[in-house]
Each structure stands twice: as C-alpha cells, then as structure tokens.
Write a protein that binds this ligand. Structure first.
Ligand SMILES: Cc1cc2nc3c(=O)[nH]c(=O)nc-3n(C[C@H](O)[C@H](O)[C@H](O)COP(=O)(O)OP(=O)(O)OC[C@H]3O[C@@H](n4cnc5c(N)ncnc54)[C@H](O)[C@@H]3O)c2cc1C
Length: 390
C-alpha cells in the first residue's frame, strides 16, 4: 500500500489532521490499535477554545458542535467561602469557549471521514514507523494475522501519550520534561443537569473540586484524590457527598445527583517532549505533551499542533517546500510551553498541596485573594483560558 501521509492514531489529533489533508486532496491513511467503539468509550475533554472550534469548521465536521455545544462566557473560582467570576468575554474583548465533549467531537470527525471516503484501519496491532530518518519511510502493522506495509512520504505520530511514535525516537535525541503531581482527579459523569450554567473550580481545605458539564442534561464532576485511591473504593454516594462538601453551601444544595455513567481516576502530569520532528516523523498532540486538565488545554493543544503541521504539509505538497515543516516543532513548542505554564499555574492555584506546608498555603490564599480583586490578574487568566492565538 502507498499513501502520502501515514497517520498513527485515530484520536482527535489524527482525525483532524486526516480530514484537513483529505479536504486538501492529500492522500492519507489513519491506523489505530483499537476500534471506533473503544475510542468513543473514553471520556475525556470538553472545553474547546475558539481556535479548536475554527479548526473543526475547517474540517467540515463542526455542524453538530455548533448546534449542541454550549458557548461559555465565563467561569467561577470558589475559595474561602466566596466565588469570583472570571468574565472571559468581557476581559478578552468578546472571546468565549465552547463546551462540547471530546467523545461527540471524535464521533463527528469519524463520521465525516467515513462520508468523505477517508481510510481508517482499526484494530491494527504492532504498528511501527520505519526509516523516517531517510527519504523512504514506511509503517508496518498486523491485522488478522497478516503483516502489512504502508509506504509514505511522511508519518504523523498522533498516537497519544502511550503510543509507539515517541517510543521510536527515544534513542534519537528526544528530550523529555516532566512534572508529576501528588494527586489525581476522580471524575464522575452523570445524566443530571449541571449545578451551574458555567464551570466552577473550587479550592477547598478538603481538596480541589470542579463542576463541569457536557450538555444541559449531562454533568461531569471531579474531586482531587490521593494517588493511592482506587475508583472501586468510591461509591456514587461517597462521591456526591465529597463534591458537595467542597462547594459553597448555596451551590452544594443545588447539586442534582444521579447514578454514574462513568467514573475514573486520572493522575495529573505535565510533560513535553522536544523536538517534535525526527526526519520525516512528526509528533502531534498527546504523543508529544500532556497537561494537567485544570486549564482545559490538552485537546486544544492537539488542535494547535494540527494547525501548524497542516500548514507545513500543505506547503510541502503544493509548493514542494520544506520550510513549513522545518519550523513545525519550534512554532508548536512555543505555544505548547505557554499552555504548559498556564495549566501548571492553575493546578498550583486550585489544589491542596499538603507538602507545601503552612507558608505555601498562605501564598496560595493570597494569590486567590489578589485574583479576586485585580482586573489585570483576571485578564491574564481569561486570556489564557480562552486560548492564546495560533
Ligand atoms: C482520562 C483523561 C481525561 C482528560 N480530560 C481532559 C480534560 O478535561 N480537558 C482537556 O483539555 N483534556 C483532557 N484530556 C486530554 C485530552 O483528552 C487529550 O489531550 C486528547 O485526547 C489528545 O488527543 P490525541 O489525538 O493527541 O491523543 P489520543 O486521544 O490519546 O489519541 C491517540 C490515539 O492513538 C491510538 N494509539 C495509541 N497507541 C497506538 C499504537 N501503538 N498504534 C496505533 N494506534 C495507537 C489510541 O488508541 C488513540 O486512539 C484528558 C485525557 C485523559 C487521558
């Protein structure tokens, strides 16, 4: 088999890139080690920056997102018994975010790919990129006991944090930067109306909590838990009690509870691999970086990587020039590090860090107090939350 761009990974990165390429008449094949249902069963992000919304429109798969997604103009921070609303819209001159689940977005991209004739090979095991240092890269994989080979011009590594692409460059000068946080997020998804029309981030002495949502009927809530906790140890009732205990009383009494559809614990991590290009192999999205979800940046960073890489690929195929691909890593990393910084700072601001001691706690409280009264501080937070320009 031969294609122009072999894409490894059928998550949001791979699907968005594949669709932009297909729309531009650039041949591509997507490979994933699992199937469509498995991918759509993963409950993940839900807050889209304007850049991500625009990119979805460019793929042609944005119609349902506009119909069902919920535009948000602000969010609230709760601490020391008070709530501060960050008015993103006012502070950024009219910008907003869109609440629309990653699961829905991925399904839309998959459906659009199928409708436009894009090829995706699911349940491909042992996917391996080869010879990307040279001029003739190729990818091999196994399916139904048969080994296949796809020759290509370029390989896009869109295969997430545990994928094969970054693992393939470990001896090629890749540098990893990592910070692991001493807690995780226990998340619960339920078909109950959200407690508030916007997101609420709560810093409480019992730990962080987040009131989030996927639609007007589906809520996603989180509480900070020790890494030693296991999801089996948390009944739905225990979760709801803990959530309410971390929210201001007037909010807590409005929480509508119900049986969980999904419940899971995700560890929090900051991670960046540099560079993002190794000859004809390019790392994209979670394959290259992870942020703690506090700033809602993971999926949005995948979108900006796709934007930069697609620009380079377009130039490569239309003008036979490498210049856009040559600067992909540098351009994407500049934005990645800014989002890493913001996600880290939101995480440090909103969580409880027992090891930071009383001094650390006082500094955190003082920063929240400053934020509640300073338009300049709120503007910086709003500007980052709605997403920095590409
Ligand atoms: C539990 C969890 C919760 C999250 N919550 C949030 C959130 O609230 N807000 C936010 O902004 N972000 C969140 N994120 C991050 C966000 O979901 C990711 O940033 C986003 O999925 C990145 O998309 P991606 O396509 O780069 O990677 P992925 O979505 O991970 O997709 C990678 C794809 O590659 C495939 N793959 C992996 N290895 C191979 C292989 N060897 N061969 C072939 N295929 C392979 C996988 O099956 C997968 O389909 C969360 C992530 C996790 C894990």
């Amino acid at each position: 088999m031969r294609t122009q761009v072999a894409i490894i990974g059928s998550g949001p990165s791979g699907l968005m890139l594949g669709q932009l390429l297909t729309n531009a008449g650039i041949d591509n094949i997507i490979l994933d080690r699992v199937d469509r249902d498995y991918i759509l069963g993963r409950i993940r992000a839900g807050v889209l920056e304007q850049g991500m919304v625009d990119l979805m429109d460019r793929t042609g798969a944005g119609a349902r997102m506009h119909k069902e997604g919920l535009p948000h103009d602000g969010f609230s921070l709760s601490f020391s018994g008070r709530m501060t609303r960050i008015d993103m819209n006012k502070l950024t001159g009219g910008k907003r975010v869109m609440v629309y689940g990653q699961t829905e977005l991925t399904a839309d991209l998959m459906d659009h790919r199928a409708a436009t004739g894009g090829v995706t090979i699911y349940n491909a095991s042992g996917v391996t990129p080869h010879d990307f240092d040279g001029d003739s890269p190729y990818v091999t994989y196994e399916k139904d006991g048969v080994t296949h080979r796809i020759d290509c011009d370029l390989i896009a590594g869109c295969d997430g944090f545990h994928g094969v692409c970054r693992a393939s460059v470990q001896d090629k000068g890749v540098q990893n930067f990592e910070k692991v946080y001493p807690f995780g997020w226990l998340g619960l998804l339920a078909d109950v109306p959200p407690v508030h029309h916007e997101l609420i981030y709560a810093n409480h002495e019992r730990g962080f909590a987040l009131c989030s949502q996927r639609s007007k009927e589906r809520s996603r809530y989180y509480v900070q838990v020790p890494l030693s906790d296991e999801v089996e140890g948390w009944s739905d009732d225990a979760f709801w009690d803990e959530l309410r205990a971390r929210l201001p009383a007037d909010v807590a009494e409005k929480v509508v509870t119900g049986p969980s559809i999904e419940k899971s614990i995700a560890p929090l991590r900051s991670f960046v691999a540099e560079p993002l290009r190794f000859g004809r192999l390019f790392l994209v999205g979670d394959a290259a970086h992870i942020v703690p979800p506090t700033g809602a940046k993971g999926l949005n960073l995948a979108a900006s990587d796709v934007h930069y890489l697609f620009e380079g690929l377009q130039e490569f195929y239309s003008d036979k020039k490498w210049s856009g691909l040559d600067v992909y890593s540098e351009r994407a990393l500049r934005r990645i590090w800014k989002a890493e910084r913001f996600s880290w700072s939101m995480t440090m601001l909103m969580h409880r860090f027992p090891d930071e001691g009383a001094f650390g706690q006082k500094v955190q409280e003082s920063e929240l107090d400053y934020l509640s009264s300073s338009t300049a501080a709120q503007t910086a937070m709003a500007e980052n939350y709605v997403g920095l320009p590409y």
